[in-house]
Design a protein around this ligand. Structure first.
Ligand code: HEC
Length: 194
C-alpha cells in the first residue's frame, strides 16, 4: 500500500515539475521574460567621460597604474626639447625599420601627409605653407648636409617632440613611432638622392 502511495506522489511531483518547467519557457518572443537576478543580467555601464560613484575621484576614465605600459607602446625617454636630449636620442636610438621598396613607399605616404606642406615635395623647405606666405619662416631643408649629417635618432627626436625653437610642433600624437622611422628612411634614401 505504501509503495502505491509513494508511486502516486512521485508521478504527481513529476507532472508538477513538467508543468512548472514547460510554463517557464518563454512564449512571447518579443519579451525577455522574468529575470531572477536582474542586477546581474543588466549591469550598469558607465560612459567613458561620465561621473562615476565607484571611484574615489568620481571619474570613469582612470589613469593607468603608475609604471604600467600599454601593450605595443614604447615609452619615449627623451621628452625634453633641448639639445642634450636630442643628441642622446641620436646616440642611443637605432632605426629599426628595414629599408626596402615597400617601407620607403610607406614613408613617402606619411611624409606627404605630415611634412610636405611645410618642407616641400622635394624636402627642400619650399612647401606650400611657405611659398604661399601663410607660414612666416622657411622650414629647414631636409636634403642638405645640416639635416643629412644628423643621426636618425636626432631626426626622430625632432619629429617626436618638435624643433628646439618650437617653430615646428611635435608629431608624436599623429605619427606612430614606426612611421616616423619610415619617414626618416624616405628622406635619406629617396628625397636626398634625387
Ligand atoms: C608647420 C610646418 C612644419 C611641419 C608640418 C613640419 N615641419 Fe619640420 N620644420 C619646420 C620649421 C619651421 C623648421 C625650422 C624650425 C627651427 O629651426 O626650429 C623645421 C625643422 C625641421 C628639422 C630640423 C630640426 C633641427 O634640428 O634644426 C627637421 C629634421 C624637420 N623639421 C623634419 C620634419 C619632418 C620629418 C616633418 C614631418 C613629420 C616635419 N618636419 C613637419 C616646419 C615644419
Amino acid at each position: 500500500m505504501n509503495k502505491v502511495k509513494y508511486q502516486i506522489l512521485k508521478s504527481a511531483f513529476f507532472i508538477l515539475f513538467l508543468i512548472v518547467g514547460l510554463s517557464s519557457c518563454n512564449h512571447d518572443k518579443t519579451k525577455p521574460g522574468y529575470a531572477y537576478m536582474p542586477d546581474m543580467y543588466y549591469s550598469l555601464a558607465y560612459n567613458a567621460n561620465s561621473e562615476n560613484p565607484v571611484f574615489k575621484n568620481k571619474m570613469t576614465n582612470q589613469m593607468p597604474v603608475p609604471g604600467t605600459i600599454a601593450r605595443g607602446h614604447m615609452p619615449y625617454p627623451y621628452q625634453a626639447k633641448n639639445y642634450l636630449d636630442q643628441i642622446a636620442a641620436g646616440n642611443e636610438l637605432m632605426n629599426p625599420v628595414e629599408i626596402n621598396l615597400q617601407t620607403l613607399a610607406e614613408g613617402k605616404v606619411q611624409f606627404d601627409i605630415y611634412c610636405m606642406s611645410c618642407h616641400g615635395e622635394l624636402g627642400d623647405g619650399n612647401g606650400y605653407l611657405y611659398t604661399s606666405k601663410l607660414y612666416p619662416m622657411k622650414p629647414t631643408s631636409l636634403i642638405e648636409s645640416y639635416v643629412q649629417s644628423k643621426k636618425d635618432g636626432e631626426i626622430f627626436h625632432v619629429i617626436t617632440v618638435g624643433s628646439l625653437s618650437g617653430l615646428m610642433g611635435a608629431h608624436a600624437s599623429q605619427i606612430n613611432a614606426e612611421d616616423r622611422w619610415k619617414i626618416i628612411n624616405y628622406i635619406r634614401n629617396d628625397l636626398a638622392k634625387k
